[in-house]
Design a protein around this ligand. Structure first.
Ligand code: GLU
Length: 457
């Protein structure tokens, strides 16, 4: 039957409801993926009304189906010689705008549903950067925590021995995410270079500065999330200067969120890990935090032990109970739930900027938006990391290295542009101040336009 006979332009709502049901049936036990898709589809009605071609069968159906999903065995030996078998993933979700681009996550919680939720988010995030990158994500259920450098190296080499046949600077360009930082990227890139016999800098981003990495890439996600919050506050006639901030986590995103907040005159007073949080009334001592988490790779309680009387450690608690003007969920998916959002609202929070991917549950987003809190969704607010990855690819292609000042200027301009397109799109589609709707529609329009132009593939 020809495609045009299947059109149902007047009932996109009904069709989307059955599409969602079908998606959940065909992808069982993937709750994070269902959540990410639901959250995007729930905001697209206004754009379907104006652009009916986007509502035709085939656009959304293709958008929610990855172009390719790769699952592979990763065998490796620990220092005692015991064999372990992990599972590796790469989901190449959408390449309408450029090569698949997105990080690798090494964490015991990783499964195909988590990788698909992250890859799906990445499509829109990458589109918002305006830098010609498609969406992908990968990783493994390997847990680097407590492993020696030699064990991490052997794991990375085994992982890349399979992954290398699927990636390339014009095909698919991985980077870091939770559990994958400079050390892991070094081992992964080294194995890629060895197997392929190619110095292909553009196949991986987040590389070391001395071998093709970009200035500011480690800082970019955290810096960008703060810049996004500053833009949201500016629209409300406020500034970050003098504001108290709560930040969750103590990984790369959290550390550089704290750094940029301090540079802009705000006072970040918390950091956390999976065991609990610290609140430091004098403001977080960043050198101490870096020493505890990056050098000693110790628990966050050590921060309070070294810091003395201004800091206290709360075992098992969550930072959302600490009173603050702005909040930065920077750990992982669904860490900020309805209870946390209610506590933030009770304490008068003005803005929430997602440094992590989908850290706020749908109920919590609703509570924050209803209370008039400016809410920056991850696919806009944390796009600074992948944006500087795209700048790293540009530098690699030109065999050059930009100064930190130049990269930071570009990052600032990109974050402002993402903020403005999300803000203006929300306004244009009748949802003023709703950055979730604005970011989803703006990202979707760019990807859907490219998909329609490129035909049924
Ligand atoms: N993992 C990061 C993200 O969630 C960065 C991806 C990249 O640089 O490719 O956007």
């Amino acid at each position: 039957m020809p495609v045009k006979d299947q059109r149902a332009p007047h009932a996109p709502k009904d069709r989307l409801a059955s599409l969602r049901a079908e998606l959940e049936r065909r992808n069982p036990a993937q709750p994070e993926f269902h959540q990410a898709v639901r959250e995007v589809l729930a905001t697209l009605d206004p754009v379907f009304a104006v652009r009916p071609e986007f509502a035709e069968p085939g656009v959304v159906e293709r958008l929610v189906e990855p172009e390719r999903q790769i699952i592979f065995r990763v065998p490796w030996q620990d220092d005692e010689g015991t064999v372990h078998v992990n599972r590796g993933y790469r989901v190449e979700f959408n390449s309408a705008l450029g090569p698949y681009k997105g990080g690798l996550r090494f964490h015991p919680s990783v499964n195909i549903g988590v990788v698909k939720f992250l890859g799906f988010e990445q499509i829109f995030k990458n589109a918002l950067t305006g830098l010609g990158i498609g969406g992908g994500k990968g990783g493994s259920d390997f847990d680097p925590h407590g492993r020696s450098d030699a064990e991490v190296m052997r794991f990375c080499q085994s992982f890349m021995t399979e992954l290398q046949r699927h990636i390339g600077e014009h095909t698919d360009v991985p980077a870091g995410d939770i559990g994958v930082g400079g050390r892991e990227i070094g081992y992964l890139f080294g194995q890629y270079r060895r197997i392929t016999n190619r110095w292909e800098a553009g196949v991986f981003t987040g590389k070391g500065r001395g071998w093709g990495g970009s200035a500011i890439r480690p800082q970019a996600t955290g810096y960008g999330s703060v810049l996004f919050a500053a833009e949201m506050l500016a629209r409300k006639g406020a500034a970050l200067d003098g504001q108290t901030a709560v930040v969750s986590d103590s990984g790369n995103v959290a550390i550089y969120t704290i750094e940029k907040l301090q540079q802009l005159g705000a006072n970040p007073i918390t950091a956390s890990d999976s065991t609990g949080y610290v609140v430091d009334e004098k403001g977080i001592d960043l050198d101490l935090l870096k020493q505890v988490k990056e050098v000693e790779r110790a628990r966050i309680s050590e921060y309070a032990a070294y810091r003395g009387s201004s800091a206290r450690y709360v075992a098992g608690g969550r930072v959302w109970d600490v009173a603050a003007d702005v909040a930065f969920p920077s750990a992982t998916q669904n860490e900020l739930d309805a209870e946390g959002a209610l506590a933030l609202v009770r304490n008068g929070v003005k803005a929430v900027s997602e440094g992590a991917n989908m850290p706020t549950t749908p109920e919590a987003v609703h509570i924050l938006q209803e209370a008039g809190v400016a809410f920056g969704p991850g696919k806009a607010a944390n796009a600074g990391g992948v944006a500087v990855s795209a700048l790293e690819m540009s530098q690699n292609a030109a065999r050059t290295a930009w100064t930190a000042e130049r990269v930071e200027d570009e990052l600032g301009a990109i974050m402002r542009a993402i903020h403005d397109v999300a803000y203006e799109t929300a306004e244009r589609y009748g949802a003023p101040g709703d950055y979730v709707t604005g970011a989803n529609i703006a990202g979707f329009e760019r990807v859907a336009d490219a998909m329609l132009a490129q035909g049924l593939i």
